[in-house]
Design a protein around this ligand. Sequence first.
Ligand SMILES: [Cu+2]
Length: 194
Amino acid sequence: MFQVLNPLDAICDKPRVEAICVSQLRNAKKVDESILQERPDVKIFLPFRFLFYKPEELFKANTYNRFLVQSPNLSHPFHLHGYSFHVVGIGRSPDQNVKKINLKHALDLDRKGLLHRQFKLPPLKDTIAVPNNGYVIFRFRADNPGFWLFHCHFLFHIVIGMNLIFHVGTQHDLPPVPETFPKCGDHLPPIMFL
Ligand SMILES: [Cu+2]
């Protein structure tokens, strides 16, 4: 008997014997209560998708389309710099007729309270697999000023645009640059082999 962590089917709204979702793990440490309030200060929806080409578009003579083609079962391991976040929900649409979750549908589900969330000691992570055609809900307190990269960890997805920057605070909130921070001129030119 074994259990799968992070099942690809993303059925995470009920306990299962054969699988555990990350959102069902419990944090062994104390969780900041204010993080768990029903309404967060700011709610951000971040939809992303792949562009699908018809074969005749993809293989058109004298063109080189720069987007990737997605395999249908791919989940995207999103990683946030500068923070850990509490994972409170993972899933797919509860509407069996909806095969793909888009922004409009996610907003609609959220408004109706149908996006499953669990607030009992949600685990702390800095990377989470976003299920294909599904969603992840996480929370963090934006108290670390800076410019923080949030991106899919497949490097070939970063280069086609699956990444963004969270800008937290203002220039005024940033600590001064350390005096020992490397600058131009700190390195000698490379040794030349003749
Ligand atoms: Cu990806």
